[in-house]
Write a protein that binds this ligand. Structure first.
Ligand SMILES: Cc1ncc(C[n+]2csc(CCOP(=O)(O)OP(=O)(O)O)c2C)c(N)n1
Ligand SMILES: [Mg+2]
Length: 599
């Protein structure tokens, strides 16, 4: 190698440094020691964080981005090391979160020979096939001089348009092969690209016409508003037009839940005022939301939405999501922030905006009536002092204690359903969850990424007992990197969300969904608090609501890693005004109200 040449690993690392990536998260293996060597040289510029399971690295990179809006990278070895990553890739892909996965592969000279850890039976070094459905794009440079092109293109693909994770699959020798004298410069290739495309101007004008003429308008916001940085402009539009705002689970926090125009979650377990406003709206403006089955009551009309007759205006950066599930009166491909700015500019040119806003009084009063009915319905759950802790009470205690700047990262399961209903997010990153792929472990591990992204803010994971045990290696990582994260293990001694389905739909024919002692048959779990203590982390057990809030206050004040094992009742599911029906399992009824049938 010429003295001035950088090798493949050095080019990748130098590019990451130029993109100001502060951390790479990953796990070693023989397949990536060349990359680690390049990271070693630049240890002063980019910090390498070593974890104990590859999916943990992916979930960390994911939540890091969700908190601070900056993509990072992961590193995993060839074969099994990278085979542990697809769950995290898919999670980020479906939730449109970018990170760069640098995966090792076998040496090019050994392609197709069945070398140790090579996937070779269908095609040589075939990791790309493994993850093709799990990420936005895979690049596999097979010569050193292909690396500069691959890294700059991988980065661009990851961050432009609808963001998503990209895989850079690098054979063993390429990390150490001469690649280039210079690394591509982000300021030439990526820094000056904007994807903040506005909507077609005629479409903006038509959207404003529809909103001004509407009697019962609702705005529905999704993740595109949060990660598109559109929350401030959303608020301006909403207050100017006095249109109430509902959200999908992924849109939680796009508007402060305490705002008088905030309706709440639209979903099976969404409150009456949110589902009912959305399903009776005459015009629904949907921003950066993709109408999945959880948001849409399995697309059954009259629970979450009734489109038509509701006229849908659907705005999204990805036209593939427009008219996927509902017909549109107006579909606009646009970055939601730019679109909202276009709407504001258009409103400046219109007469009668104030009148339209004033005419909203009746609609808002009707909604307030629904809100009061709903609040009366849920009131008893807040006062329940039972042990094990009533789940609604648990969510409420957590919500009450967390300061406004806290980041709550939820895992997947029934606890998530309770949290999205009963926590009142003030900021776009107050409550982070996964709604696309929904992998257990997302919140257990993601909270570590949150803490790296926001070292000064309280970072709390609320996770199921099932998921915590699956990913308990995080305890070690929190200690090794001195991360003052808090885990609240929502311990219901079961894969309770799935057992709830068996109970609700399968006549209680329960199998493989709870944890029991083989001899006594009593509910069983390892002692999570003791596990934490064995790792050098404070761990406590609580089984009363007030003890949960006290423990959380203590943990927040401690500023060191903490685990609260909370004994929480498993017999209740969070009811709402929507449904979630799985084909073949029969009809489901909303816990509150019925189906809306337009006249
Ligand atoms: C990796 C993974 N495996 C299986 C599932 C299916 N699943 C969804 S929720 C759930 C139960 C989770 O149990 P727990 O973590 O205890 O949470 P709970 O529902 O009890 O709150 C399961 C098994 C999943 N989403 N992800
Ligand atoms: Mg559980």
């Amino acid at each position: 190698m010429s003295k001035n040449m950088l090798d493949g690993g050095q080019v990748i690392v130098d590019y990451l440094v130029r993109e100001k990536v502060p951390y790479v998260f990953g796990l070693c293996g023989h397949g990536n020691i060349g990359f680690l060597d390049a990271l070693y040289e630049r240890a002063g510029d980019i910090k390498t964080v070593s974890v104990h399971h590859e999916s943990v690295a992916g979930f960390m990179a994911d939540v890091y981005y969700r908190v601070c809006g900056k993509p990072t990278a992961t590193f995993t070895s060839c074969g099994p090391g990278s085979a542990n990553l697809p769950i995290a890739l898919a999670n980020s892909y479906l939730d449109s979160v970018p990170f760069l996965a640098v995966t090792g592969n076998v040496p090019t000279a050994q392609f197709n020979r069945g070398a140790f850890q090579e996937l070779y039976r269908q095609y040589q070094a075939d990791y790309p096939s493994t993850v093709r459905a799990y990420c936005k794009r895979v690049f596999q440079p097979t010569r050193g001089d292909m690396v500069p092109l691959a890294i700059r293109q991988a980065w661009k693909t990851m961050v432009t348009g609808r963001p998503g994770p990209v895989v850079l699959d690098v054979p063993f020798d390429i990390f150490k092969e001469a690649a280039a004298e210079e690394t591509p410069k982000p300021e030439e290739w990526n820094a000056n690209i904007s994807c903040r495309c506005g909507a077609d101007p005629a479409g903006v004008s038509k959207a404003v016409d529809m909103l001004l003429a509407a009697q019962r308008p609702v705005i529905l916001v999704g993740q595109g508003v949060k990660y598109g940085g559109a929350a401030a402009d959303l608020l301006k539009v909403v207050e100017r037009l006095r249109i109430p705002v509902a959200w999908s689970a992924s849109g939680t926090g796009a508007i402060d839940a305490h705002h008088p125009l905030a309706l709440g979650l639209v979903a099976r377990n969404g409150p009456y005022q949110a589902n009912h406003a959305a399903r009776t709206a005459d015009v629904l403006l949907a921003l950066g939301v993709r109408f999945d089955d959880r948001t849409s009551s399995s697309w059954l009309p009259g629970y979450s939405f009734t489109i038509p007759p509701t006229k849908l205006i659907h705005v999204d950066i990805d036209p593939d999501e427009i008219a996927r599930n509902y017909p549109v009166a107006l579909g606009l491909m646009a970055d939601v922030r730019t679109f909202l700015q276009q709407v504001l500019a258009e409103l400046d040119c219109r007469d009668g905006v104030g009148d339209a806003a004033a005419a909203r009084a009746k609609w808002l009063a009707t909604i307030d009536g629904h809100r009061r009915e709903w609040n009366a319905y849920i009131a008893p759950g807040f006062a329940d002092d039972a042990s094990p802790i009533h789940p609604q009470r648990a969510a409420h205690e957590i919500d009450k204690v967390l300061p406004d700047d806290a980041i709550l990262v939820s895992d997947i399961g029934v606890h998530h359903n309770w949290l999205i209903q009963f926590c009142h997010s003030r900021r776009p990153d107050s409550l982070i969850g996964s709604m696309g792929f929904g992998p257990m472990g997302f919140g257990v591990a993601g909270v570590l990424g949150a803490q790296f992204a926001a070292p000064e803010r309280p970072c709390v994971s609320v996770c199921g007992d099932g998921a915590f045990l699956m990913h308990a290696s995080v305890l070690g990582t929190a200690v090794e990197y001195d991360l003052p994260v808090i885990w609240v293990v929502w311990n219901n001694f079961a894969y309770a969300s799935i057992r709830g389905l068996q109970r609700g739909y399968l006549d209680g024919r329960e199998l493989a969904t709870d944890f029991r002692h083989p001899r006594t048959g009593a509910p069983y779990n390892p002692d999570f608090a003791a596990m934490a203590r064995s790792a050098g982390i404070d761990g406590v057990n609580v089984d009363r609501p007030a003890d949960l809030s006290d423990a959380l206050r203590t943990a927040l004040a401690a500023r060191r890693p903490y685990l609260i094992n909370a004994n929480i009742g498993a017999d209740k599911n969070p009811g709402g005004a929507g449904v979630w029906e799985l084909p073949g399992l029969g009809q489901s009824q909303p816990a509150f109200g019925g189906r809306y049938r337009p006249q």
